[in-house]
Write a protein that binds this ligand. Structure first.
Ligand code: GLN
Length: 281
């Protein structure tokens, strides 16, 4: 079988995926040990029988809902490759606006940043990598996530500026109250009742603790906002990702916890995606 044929076969088998052709290409590139560009330059080459067997198994698992990121063991975020696997939330491209806006606000100055719920470390590590004067203190309640984040910090050369703590929300950092310039988070914000209606690749494979925001989706913000207000130094700010339509409610939660006027940042599709506010002190 030719590479091109194999891709067409897999794309048809993956019709239930939101991105059948892309998935087919990423998985076959892995089997061939090349990049997507290399794969597309070799469409008329033969795929060996052993390679096809391997590919067929990966496509079968993908067709049954396993996320591509778990099958490959990595996902790109902010132009960096992050190792991850089952039990660890897969970073989404939408979250890059949170990192970019945070970096813009830090504007090259030395800064101490706190992050709640770092997962594979995508936000903390990309901030430290792209903004070399930033130090990030990041928490997660999952040992699997922290071990993954540790490996990613080492891999990207920022382990001396990314500190990892095990615990819920910002609790492990409360001993450092008053010493942060910024607090960032992409907390779980999906209302519990909506979880069952998520695509199976999310619902059945990603950690629920990273998705489930309680009855109205806002529970994590209610926990984080007062903790963040205590962690921040005077003039410090908090930036959080929000779900669709949550920006006004999250702005109100921040106001109640002692933050000033919120500004809302949209993602590339124009949807409100992150809320930023400075602590009033
Ligand atoms: N954006 C994620 C999703 O829709 C949810 C992330 C989160 O709850 N923080 O799968």
């Amino acid at each position: 079988m030719k590479i091109g044929q194999a891709l067409r076969w897999a794309t048809a088998r993956l019709a239930a995926s939101p991105s059948p052709r892309l998935d087919a290409e990423l998985l076959l590139a892995r089997v061939r040990g090349c990049g997507r560009a290399g794969l597309l330059a070799s469409l008329t080459e033969d795929l060996g029988p052993a390679e096809f067997e391997l590919y067929r198994e990966m496509v079968r698992r993908r067709a049954r809902g396993e996320p591509v990121a778990y099958l490959l063991g990595n996902r790109e975020f902010m132009s960096l490759e992050f190792e991850l696997g089952p039990g660890v939330f897969i970073p989404r491209p939408e979250t890059e606006v949170l990192v970019e806006e945070s970096g813009r606000r830090l504007s090259g100055r030395p800064a101490q940043v706190a992050e709640a719920g770092t997962g594979c470390g995508a936000i903390a590590i990309s901030l430290a990598f792209h903004y070399p004067r930033v130090m990030v203190h990041a928490t997660d309640s999952s040992e699997t996530a922290l071990a993954t984040a540790r490996r990613n910090a080492l891999r990207h050369g920022v382990a001396d500026r990314v500190f990892l703590y095990r615990g819920d929300h910002l609790q492990p950092l409360m001993g450092l109250a008053g010493s942060f310039h910024a607090v960032v988070a992409n907390p779980p914000y999906i209302p519990s009742a909506v979880i069952d209606h998520l695509p199976p690749e999310v619902r059945d494979h990603e950690p629920r603790a990273a998705l489930d925001g309680g009855p109205d989706g806002l529970q994590a913000y209610r926990m984080l906002a007062p903790q963040a207000a205590r962690l921040l130094a005077s003039g410090g700010w908090m930036g959080v990702e929000v779900g669709p339509d949550q920006a006004p409610e999250v702005a109100a939660i921040l106001r109640e916890a002692g933050f000033g006027e919120a500004s809302v940042v949209a993602d590339l599709a124009g949807r409100p995606r992150a809320v930023f506010a400075a602590v009033r002190r």
